[in-house]
Write a protein that binds this ligand. Structure first.
Ligand SMILES: *Cc1c(COP(=O)(O)O)cnc(C)c1O
Length: 220
C-alpha cells in the first residue's frame, strides 16, 4: 500500500548526504506525489506544463518544483511564475524569453544549463564545448541565475558510455566553477536517473532525478 513511501525511504537511506533527489513525477497523480513527499522528498520534477500546473495547484509550495522537460516557447509564461528552477536551458533564445517573463513577475529565475554530453544531434542541450560561451551570454540577463549544469547522458545500456558522459559533464562543471564567473553559482550538478543514479553520484552528481525507482514503471 505504502510502496512509494517505502521506496523513497529506501532511496534516502542509501544516497549519500549532500545529494538531492528530484522525484521525476511525469504522469504521476497528486496522490502518488504526496506519498513521495510523505516519505521525505522535497523536490518534485515535472516535464509537461499542462499536467504540472494542475499538480502544483493541488500540492502547492510545501516542496520545490523543478522543470525538467523540454520547454516550448509558448509555455514559458506558465512555467516561470510557479517553478523554483528550470533545469533545461540550452540556448540564448530560450534564456532571453525566460528572463522576459521573470522580469514581468519580478522574480529571479534559477536555471541549470542542459549539456548534451552524449553529443547526440537530435537531443536537447548545448554541446560541452559551447557551454562556456552560452553561460557568458546568459549571465548578462538580469533576472536569471545560473545555478549549475544538468545532463541526461546517452540513452544506452553501456554503462561505460553513460559514465563517460557524466565524467565529462563533471569536468566541465569544475572548470566553470574554477572560473568564478560573477553571478554564476556552480552549485547543482543534476545527472542520473533510476538506471544510472549510482554511477552519476560516483562521478560527482549532487542532484539526481528519479522516477521509476520511486513510483514504479510508467504506464504510457
Ligand atoms: C523521466 C525523467 C527522469 C527519470 O527517469 P526514470 O528512468 O523514470 O528514473 C529523469 N530526468 C528526466 C529529464 C526525465 O524526463
Amino acid at each position: 500500500m505504502d510502496t512509494i513511501k517505502e521506496n523513497v525511504k529506501q532511496l534516502l537511506s542509501e544516497i549519500p548526504g549532500g545529494v538531492d533527489i528530484v522525484a521525476a513525477a511525469k504522469t504521476r497523480s497528486s496522490d502518488e506525489i504526496l506519498q513521495a513527499i510523505d516519505g521525505g522528498l522535497k523536490i518534485i520534477g515535472q516535464n509537461y506544463v499542462q499536467e504540472a500546473l494542475k499538480i502544483i495547484e493541488d500540492i502547492g509550495h510545501q516542496v520545490r518544483w523543478h522543470f525538467i522537460g523540454h520547454l516550448q516557447k509558448n509555455k514559458i509564461k506558465y512555467v516561470v511564475p510557479v517553478f523554483d528552477m528550470i533545469e533545461t536551458v540550452d540556448s540564448m533564445t530560450l534564456a532571453t524569453q525566460i528572463n522576459k517573463h521573470a522580469i514581468k513577475h519580478n522574480k529571479t529565475m534559477h536555471i541549470l544549463i542542459e549539456i548534451n554530453s552524449g553529443r547526440e544531434p537530435q537531443k536537447f542541450g548545448v554541446f560541452p564545448e559551447d557551454a562556456y560561451n552560452l553561460i557568458k551570454e546568459i549571465k548578462a540577463l538580469s533576472n536569471l541565475k545560473i545555478m549549475g549544469l544538468m545532463t541526461m547522458g546517452k540513452m544506452v545500456d553501456d554503462t561505460q558510455e553513460i559514465r563517460k558522459c557524466f565524467k565529462e559533464t563533471k569536468t566541465l562543471f569544475d572548470e566553470i566553477n574554477a572560473l568564478n564567473i560573477e553571478g554564476v553559482e556552480m552549485k547543482c550538478l543534476s545527472m542520473g536517473m533510476s538506471d544510472s543514479y549510482t554511477i552519476a553520484i560516483e562521478e560527482g552528481a549532487n542532484v539526481v532525478r528519479i522516477g521509476t525507482k520511486i513510483f514504479g514503471p510508467r504506464s504510457y
